[in-house]
Design a protein around this ligand. Sequence first.
Ligand code: THU
Length: 133
Amino acid sequence: MTTQELCQKAVEMIKMAYVPYSHFRVGAAVECDDGTVYTGCNIENAAYTPTNCAERTAIFKAVSEGHLRFRRIAVAAQTEDFTAPCGVCRQVMMEFSPDMEVLMVNVRGDVKTVPLRELLPCGFDKSSLKDVK
Ligand code: THU
């Protein structure tokens, strides 16, 4: 899938966002290592903390279908600025694919690509757990 197609899938998911509290719509599309793509949107909750970001919705859909390695994730929001994934989503990405890329899409359709390692330097991952003395 081309970068433009992946970003378009994320943009299309904006309309599925369930955002009665923030009204901040986000769509995401994650590309697995075999090229399969899963999409997601943010899903909010009256109790606030159960809210799931678009990125995690897409990744959890993929993982629940047996995909554990990702090349890229596109994240689209209706903002002039590029919307970067929250820390929790960065950590979830790190769990599966520390070397994946994050593509941020703004309301104009401009795309900014940043490696996950740049968004989450010195991240905690499964190798960190092996170092107990
Ligand atoms: N949100 C996402 O879905 N992804 C991001 O990258 C940033 C934040 C959602 C969570 C919440 O529903 C709303 O945006 C406002 O924080």
